[in-house]
Design a protein. Structure first.
Length: 219
């Protein structure tokens, strides 16, 4: 018999706050105080405190160096550059490890690609973003390291803060799906050098796009 997971109040509040940040309802630099949030969600301050601590550990919240008040993390030029530097290390390393990937690990990539296609058909931007991140997570999964996969998840969560207001249309998503399909075929066919070049170019282009969107491209 499968176990039923009953989500706690703290977990529910954490999920709501996390989505508010990732969907851009709470903007970068917005103060997040225990008292105000506890009242807004109708929970006790200790419960709210646990949720905030979780988001602090995830990097979605940061303490202001002067006031010590928690606020939604603000990413600057150096932060974005550093995230992409780490992404290259993890994701390109994943491609290098793809030659010895298990059938289960390769299946994770196929499933993520299927989810991406479904999101495009449904014109569901949020589902598309999740599936896109799952595709990249599957690549890191080839490394076979839980710690590295968790590190990648944290990086991608922080990156979503920076792109919360990036707007794309269905045609953009269709093109992205085509690129992901081409990339996946290279991986499954063992054409890893081509896949490495493909992903390197995409990460470079993505980094520039994010920097432009948040207005921090160096002049």
């Amino acid at each position: 018999m499968s176990k039923i997971h009953r989500e706690t109040v703290t977990e529910r509040v954490t999920t709501v706050l996390r989505q508010s940040i990732l969907r851009g309802r709470l903007l970068q630099g917005t103060p997040v105080t225990e008292e105000a949030m506890a009242e807004q969600y109708g929970v006790s301050r200790p419960t709210l405190r646990q949720a905030l601590n979780t988001l602090l550990l995830e990097g979605l919240l940061t303490r202001h160096p002067g006031t010590r008040v928690l606020e939604v993390t603000t990413l600057n030029h150096d932060d974005v550059r550093d995230i992409y530097r780490a992404r290259r290390f993890l994701e390109l390393g994943g491609i290098n490890a793809a030659a010895t990937a298990s059938a289960q690990q390769l299946e994770q990539l196929r499933l993520a690609l299927q989810s991406l296609a479904k999101a495009v058909d449904a014109d569901d931007l949020e589902a598309f973003i999740e599936a896109d991140y799952d595709c990249h997570a599957a690549i890191v999964g080839f490394l076979g390291s839980r710690n590295l996969s968790e590190a990648h998840t944290l990086l991608m969560s922080k990156l979503r803060i920076a792109i919360a207001h990036v707007t794309v249309d269905k045609q953009d998503n269709l093109e992205s799906l085509r690129i992901h399909e081409e990339f996946t075929k290279k991986i499954l066919a063992g054409r890893l050098e081509e896949a490495h070049q493909n992903l390197t170019q995409r990460l470079n282009e993505s980094e520039l796009t994010v920097l432009e969107k948040i207005g921090t491209v160096p002049r």
